[in-house]
Write a protein that binds this ligand. Structure first.
Ligand code: IVH
Length: 701
């Protein structure tokens, strides 16, 4: 009796669970449909059917439900636009473009636009006026989106115009790109079509990203185009999603287009939910075209994204076909490029900055002037030669330009109207360092003047410490440029060896620091004593000894003493090391200040030679454990970086390959191995080797 009772309860629970599951499945489907439609309406009508908050809340609900039901995973769910952990990959698959991705003929001249228009008039007979669609030329990266049965299946970069990288997982993070298009709503949707456009990083996202990078002391992106391009190449869509990319679409391609005109195709695409700009005009004559160009040349400053011109396209698709293509560009389209915005202003003073390697950079201090919405008061003058080529001096009126770059540049000077006011050109570069007073020396290779006072010139001293603690060097956390500057001013640090004398209490006493942050710095410094010799060599900051050169040198010279005692010729036997590098190494060791720093580092426990483990793995290289083997690396690893594995493979006589083929001997497979590579490996029966197995193989021979 009791048993039955329990059974009943169990069954009840089971039915309830099933019920919840069906409910949740329905909820998932409803949320997916609602969010997809809200996106579409937003891009078709600019209509917010949901507030941002509602949208985010529904997205969060959907994410939660999907996390509970991995069996209901769908690559076209709107949650995929937030970036998914599942999608980390290790490289992009290349795919051939169905239609080659060509560029556009472009011009800065109004006359050439008129000539182009007249050529088209001639082609169709002068009594007809062809419609020309004017659009903005977006300054980003072109992308080609492939849809099959209404589903986004590939997103290809231009590549070499014939083949592009499939960056679909990154593209999916762009909210304005529909992942699916309802075939019920669009019965005329062809089985397969392509739509092309531009991926951009809006100014706002760009400025935010660069601000974050400045805080992290990472290199800044010069302009939104570079930032968008760097972002699209990232392998982790989660990071891509956080960068806020945008896409504008401008070219619909299909074997059976939905309209007879380009503008008709774009309207159809807008109906489907694609982000098609409103800044489009079907022009009936050349005057309307010129009006469009002149209007947007001024108005583009107020757009959220970078544009660099106007694209003109023949509207009628059959006329487009008649005009056809040259080898590189369509005859039915042309781009008019805007002149970079420039202003005339006074060069008040030239000041000089000293970089971390002692290079002196002249800086123009200008009477503040408005340019592309920002006030410009400084611009780089690069070096003495640059100033002389422009023939400029303090007091001159100069042209300042700001193209797609964030850093303004000086492009020339205004010639005085009156020839009599012209004086012979005289300009003198400074002869002494503005920071430490040392006499400057001319660096021939870099066409620059340099302060030779490496040990006692403050920006150089701080620069050396900054370089030493960098991630790729000693990787000491908690010591950014600002902290180094503070410690330097407080006389806690004046060179890299001082780091190892820092006391926790001294740091904790400084303003803005506490017990915890002080301990973190001390821990970071302690951990740096485990950094291998090759990276220590790089961290020392010897001129011309970059990361790779340091690695190559360390493989030959197993300790600092061996390197120090080597002759110039011996050093030059190392692969890719020429006279300049060799000489710079010798100069470094000839300076007693450097020798004393090295001794202090050695005494503190910093590695100045190869560890036994490194040595034995090097010695095995000669045994050629991997001789004749072709190896593909895929995934992420716990014990060494990919670059380190690549170097290990080479050291042991193996060859690195980037893609899996019949020739592949085995795959060194880490976490999250790329799905394409895994599939290919299975098809070709190529064995996979784990990180540990691989290390065992090379260490136990
Ligand atoms: S149409 C066959 N329209 O400019 C021509 N291109 O310099 C198809 N671009 O490769 C391109 N805005 O990356 C077209 N409204 C626009 C554009 C545009 C920017 C880019 C595109 C193209 C490049 C040519």
């Amino acid at each position: 009796m009791q048993l039955d009772l329990f059974n009943d309860i169990d069954q009840d629970e089971q039915t309830q669970t099933e019920q919840t599951q069906t409910d949740e499945k329905a909820q998932i489907e409803a949320l997916r449909a609602e969010l997809t439609e809200a996106n579409r309406l937003y891009y078709v009508l600019s209509a917010h059917t949901l507030t941002d908050q509602q949208f985010d809340e529904k997205m969060r609900q959907l994410q939660e439900l999907e996390a509970r039901h991995p069996e209901l995973y769908s690559p076209t769910s709107p949650t995929q636009q937030v970036g998914s952990d599942l999608k980390k990959q290790d490289s992009f698959v290349q795919i051939e473009h169905r239609y080659p991705m060509l560029s556009l003929a472009n011009t800065y001249s109004e006359q050439e636009i008129r000539d182009w228009y007249n050529r088209i008039l001639k082609e169709i007979g002068r009594d007809q006026q062809p419609e020309i669609v004017c659009e903005l030329k977006y300054d980003g990266l072109s992308i080609s989106l492939w849809y099959e049965q209404g589903v986004l299946v590939h997103a290809l970069t231009r590549g070499d115009g014939t083949r592009g990288d499939d960056v679909i997982n990154n593209i999916k993070t762009i909210r304005s790109i529909p992942l699916t298009i309802s075939r019920q709503r669009f019965p005329l949707l062809p089985d397969r079509f392509e739509i092309r456009g531009e991926v951009l990083m809006p100014w706002e996202s760009f400025e935010r990203l660069n601000k974050e990078r400045a805080e992290q002391e990472e290199n800044l992106f010069a302009n939104p185009r570079n930032a968008a391009s760097g972002t699209l190449k990232l392998l982790d869509p989660k990071i891509v999603a956080s960068r806020g990319l945008e896409a504008y679409l401008y070219y619909y391609l299909s074997d059976n287009p939905p309209a007879a005109t380009h503008s008709g195709c774009l309207s159809f695409a807008r109906q489907m939910g694609f982000n098609i700009s409103d800044a489009i005009k079907v022009c009936k004559n050349i005057n309307e075209i010129m009006q469009f160009i002149n209007y947007w040349d001024k108005e583009r400053k107020n757009l959220p994204v970078a544009t660099d011109g106007v694209v003109l396209k023949v509207n009628d698709l059959s006329l487009q076909n008649r005009l056809g293509f040259t080898a590189k560009t369509p005859r039915w389209a042309i781009a008019f490029k805007f002149q970079a915005e420039k202003q005339l202003t006074k060069l008040e003073r030239i000041t000089y900055q000293v970089g971390r390697t002692g290079i002196i950079t002249p800086v123009a201090n200008l009477t503040p002037v408005q340019l592309s919405g920002t006030t410009v008061s400084r611009a780089t003058l690069h070096n003495e030669d640059f100033i002389r080529q422009l023939g400029i001096a303090e007091g001159d009126m100069v042209w300042v330009e700001k193209g797609g770059e964030i850093i303004p540049k000086i492009t020339g000077k205004q010639q005085p109207q009156d020839a009599q006011t012209q004086q012979p050109y005289s300009f003198r570069f400074i002869s002494h360092c503005p920071e430490c007073g040392a006499a400057l020396v001319r660096d021939k290779e870099q066409a620059a003047w340099r302060c030779p006072n490496e040990q006692h010139c403050p920006p150089q001293q701080k620069g050396k410490i900054e370089h030493f603690v960098e991630r790729k060097a000693m990787n000491i956390d908690g010591l950014g440029a600002e902290t180094i500057d503070t410690f330097f001013s407080a006389h806690l640090l004046s060179n890299i060896a001082d780091l190892y004398d820092l006391k926790k209490d001294d740091i904790a006493k400084m303003e803005g620091f506490g017990e915890k942050s002080a301990q973190n710095i001390i821990d970071g410094i302690e951990a740096s004593k485990q950094v291998p010799w090759s990276r220590v060599l790089f961290a020392l900051g010897i001129r011309y000894v970059g990361e790779t050169t340091a690695m190559k040198l360390a493989r030959v010279f197993h300790s600092i003493d061996e390197l120090r005692n080597a002759s110039k010729e011996q050093i030059m036997t190392v692969e890719d090391v020429g006279e300049q590098v060799s000489q710079s190494i010798q100069l470094f060791f000839a300076d007693p200040a450097n020798l004393s720093i090295i001794e202090r580092l050695r005494a503190a426990g910093v590695r100045m030679s190869m560890s036994d483990e490194e040595l034995s793995s090097l010695n095995q290289a000669a045994s050629g454990t991997l001789n004749g083997q072709a190896i593909v690396i895929s995934g992420t690893f716990a014990r060494h970086s990919r670059d380190e594995y690549k170097a290990l493979i080479e050291q042991h006589g193996g060859k690195n390959l980037s893609s899996v083929s019949r020739k592949t001997s085995f795959i060194l497979a880490g976490e999250n191995m790329g799905p394409e590579k895994r599939k290919k490996a299975q098809e070709l029966n190529i064995p996979l080797m784990s990180e540990d197995e691989f290390l065992q193989l090379i260490n136990n021979q």
